[in-house]
Design a protein around this ligand. Sequence first.
Ligand code: AMP
Ligand code: MG
Length: 418
Amino acid sequence: MNQQANCHSEFDPNSLSVDAALESIQSRITAIQGSESISISEAVGRVLAEPILSPMQIPAFTNSAMDGYAFRGSDLRKNSPTQLQIVGKVFAGHVFEGEVQAGECVRIMTGAKLPDHCDSVVMQEHVTLENNQIKIDDSHQSGQNVRYAGEEIEINSPVLNSGHCLTAADVGLCASLGIASVDVKPKVRVAFFSTGDELKSLGEPLSTGEIYDSNRYTLSALLLSPAISAINLGIIPDDKQAIETAFENAINQADLIITSGGVSVGEADFVKQTLDKLGEVGFWKISMKPGRPLAFGQLKNSFFFGLPGNPVSAMVTFLHFVKPAIAKLTGRTQTESQFLQVTTVSTLKKRPGRVDYQRGILFVNETGETVVKTTGQQGSHMLTSMSLANCFIVLPLESGNIEVGERVKVEPFCHLFS
Ligand code: AMP
Ligand code: MG
């Protein structure tokens, strides 16, 4: 790694590190109070307000793990085959009412309750069937192919913790325990709007100098979550009164307000006047690229993030600051990001002084190794770099240019966007 703190470096003594900014944000945010009871059919992606204890054991009864024959393990002979008489059959959902004596077996299907006195099952593929008798060789063991009552979950044992975000598997798990509804945290109400005289909504004609507002669409996509109630407040022009009205409107209906644009040098003072009137907001220069300007604070009872206007900067700051903040508001625990260390097959241009979140593509090369390459042009206005990427290549503050073959830290999108 080339550490060149020269005239091209981007060190700024007035800037805040990514970690310090994140810590400052997270230390001010607390989970929204309260809970609501909802059906498990609507619970995926919601955050548990109470732990779930198992009201029953799983399996509820000892049953067969295979389609085959249930028998008494004590009947197995050593060093010679065992022969057993078939005395009945039992399907899943039914009970074998008879008594299984020594030397007898019952045809059984996967999930069917094991007949009394039976403790073992032999797979149907492992028997020789002749005259209503089965013959099994001496390779089998007592207790095989059986799922024991309570072996997975004991009654009253903790199954899911408070603060856990429910997955599809968790919903199924609740159903298997007979749990029809769960207590979850309230949805976080997130209001967002774009600022800028140059912005137009989709469907409107563009005049010279105007662009389509992409950030509001990106944000609304990023906020699609069962734990979030998103409130889209449109585009607000760079006009003092319009901005003030928009903030007051947002404060009345949201736990969190996100804006994009208007926080970089030059524009900051304008938005700042409004924000100073309504609350306490810090305008930060964060030593990261993209995403240097970021505003964060509190407006009455709502938290506020002012994201930079450049579309990639808005995404990078959303993912690294807003997303963890929303997670904390929802009461969610366990939100660690996951990183990989891989080799880069591209040279990566970098000036010391800021942490870079370059856009990369993780792929498996011809020799089977997972490596990363750049998406190409890295301008903070170029959304194609995000669209092509499946990861951020995170280059540390001090780092200069990176050569092919060096190991780099990578943050896969599959974790970051989940
Ligand atoms: P600003 O942070 O307002 O100075 O904006 C920085 C750059 O981002 C400018 O080129 C803006 O035109 C652009 N920009 C601001 N908001 C948006 C938006 N909602 N969608 C797309 N580009 C934007
Ligand atoms: Mg602007």
